[in-house]
Structures are given as C-alpha cells and as structure tokens.
Design a protein around this ligand. Structure first.
Ligand SMILES: Nc1ncnc2c1ncn2[C@@H]1O[C@H](COP(=O)(O)OP(=O)(O)OP(=O)(O)O)[C@@H](O)[C@H]1O
Length: 262
C-alpha cells in the first residue's frame, strides 16, 4: 500500500487584487512524488496560485506550508533555493542566446562568483563555467539527448517543442523538489504536446523525488499524465480526485459548461 506524504499544505489561501478575489479561501495539498493537474476555466486562479507559491505575489491571507515551512513572506529567491521551480505560460527564452545560456540564466542565484570577482579570478570563473557545462549536458542527456549536440546554438533556430524542452530544462537545472508547469502545451500541436508530455513523464521517472504540478487545458494530457487533479473555479476548489472522478463530477461539468454558455 502506498503512503501519501504531503509536500505542500495550502490553508485558507486568499489573494485579492483590489475588489477581485483571485484565490478564495483555497484549501488543498500537494503530495510528494505525484503529478497533480491544476484545472479550471479561464481566470479561475491557477496562475495566481503559482505566483503566490513562488513568492511573486504575497497572499492577502492564509498559509502555504512547503516542506514544513511557511512560504508566505519569503522572497522568490528563497523559495527557488528551497527547491521550487517553474515555467511560465508565455515563453521567457532569450532567442538570440544559446541553449546553454538560456538554461544557466535561471540558476544565476546559485553561482558562486560575481562579475567583479570573475574579472579578476578568471581561473575560478573558468572552473565554475566548466562545471555548468557539465551540469547542463547531464540534464539535457536526461531530458532531451538530441539537444546536447546543439547546446551552443541560438534558441531562435529551434522548433517550438524544443524551446519548451529548453524551458523545462531551465526549471530542472536546480534539481527542484517541486516543478510547476504553467500550460506547457500552449501553442503546440497535438503531436508535439504528446511528445513533450512523454519527456516530462520520463524525466520524473529518472529524477528522484520530483513532484510536478501542471496547469493544463488539454483534457487528454491531463488524463495521460496526472495522478490526481484539483479543479478551481472563481478561486475556490470545486473538485479533487483522479481524472475519472473529476470529469464525472457535476460541479466540474457545470463550471465548464457555464463558461461555454457565457
Ligand atoms: N496582477 C494582477 N492584477 C489584477 N488582477 C489579476 C492579476 N493577476 C491575476 N488577476 C486576475 O485574477 C483572476 C485569476 O487569474 P489567473 O491568471 O490566476 O487565472 P487562470 O486560472 O490562470 O486563467 P488562465 O487559464 O486564463 O490562465 C483573473 O480574474 C485575473 O484577471
């Protein structure tokens, strides 16, 4: 029998933007090692939840306990260093830069040496640079081996799916415990989405102890890769369970049909 360990416990979490309540007394948990789907109609608070969990927004009230510690009030850097990494809905790659540069940029807070130090201590800088090359090569070998050969080519020469892979690798560079993926299938074809999700499942099986939360609209993706789902509507949790459970839940059907009818 598998035992469920809680990695994140969310209690009465509320986020207001002026008069708009984006998260409304949200209670939910994220279990260690699971792939959790975060679903809900447009504007239901999914990205806001990621923004609060990663310290970009400070919640109006409530609590998020991650690995036994309160997250609210910590800076995005502190939260990143504690093992929470994410991708964004819109691509944040710098197209003229290489794959290597784009992946390493995300980890600059972990670098030992600042610019002035590097100017004067080239040897130490070189050693750190070489270590990063190895780290990125190892990661690409796990996540997407064909990218290894093209590590020093500019991102603008890559297809959409490879760009997404690069973004996921950037999030994985710090070897996070919790990976938050905000609509990774956006803008991709069905086949590309299928391939990317295969990579994500594959990397989870290769990296120990990785928990994934995925915001996604494509139902077939959710069915294929999630262990469990939480559905939000107007910032509240309206359903929770396996894909089969949530899709047969009348509250979920009403939330989605209501949206279509609107
Ligand atoms: N910085 C902000 N300032 C004001 N309102 C915001 C801000 N961020 C989000 N909102 C509002 O909060 C609500 C929830 O938005 P959010 O982006 O979290 O929804 P979502 O479920 O991720 O939607 P989608 O699926 O369209 O990305 C929306 O009404 C949105 O307009």
């Amino acid at each position: 029998m598998s035992q469920t360990k809680t990695l994140v416990e969310v209690k009465d979490l509320t986020m207001r933007f002026g008069g708009l309540t984006a998260l409304d007394n949200l209670n939910m948990s994220i279990h260690e090692g699971e792939v959790l789907g975060l679903l809900g109609p447009n504007g239901s608070g999914k990205t806001t939840f990621f923004n609060v969990l990663t310290g970009l927004y400070k919640a109006s009230s409530g609590s998020i306990v991650y690995k036994g510690e309160e997250v609210i009030g910590k800076s995005p850097q502190q939260i990143y260093r504690s093992g929470v990494a994410r991708t964004f809905q819109r691509s944040r790659l710098s197209l003229p830069l290489t794959v290597f540069d784009n992946i390493v940029i995300g980890d600059y807070q972990h670098m030992q040496h600042g610019l002035i130090f590097n100017l004067f201590r080239r040897k130490a800088f070189r050693a750190e640079y070489d270590a990063y090359v190895e780290k990125v090569r190892d990661l690409l070998n796990i996540f997407s081996p064909p990218l290894v050969e093209r590590m020093f080519e500019p991102v603008e020469t890559f297809t959409m799916i490879d760009r997404r892979r690069i973004e996921v690798c950037r999030a994985l560079l710090s070897r996070p415990r919790l990976l938050l993926l905000d609509e990774p299938s956006a803008g991709m074809t069905h086949d590309e989405t299928h391939a990317l999700m295969g990579d994500i499942l594959d990397v989870r099986s290769k990296l120990d102890n990785l928990t994934v939360v995925l915001i996604e609209h494509e139902m077939n993706v959710i069915e294929r890769i999630t262990d469990r789902c939480v559905v939000l509507n107007y910032g509240k949790k309206i359903a929770e369970g396996t894909y089969a459970e949530i899709t047969s839940d009348p509250n979920v059907q009403t939330a989605y049909l209501g949206e279509e009818a609107a």
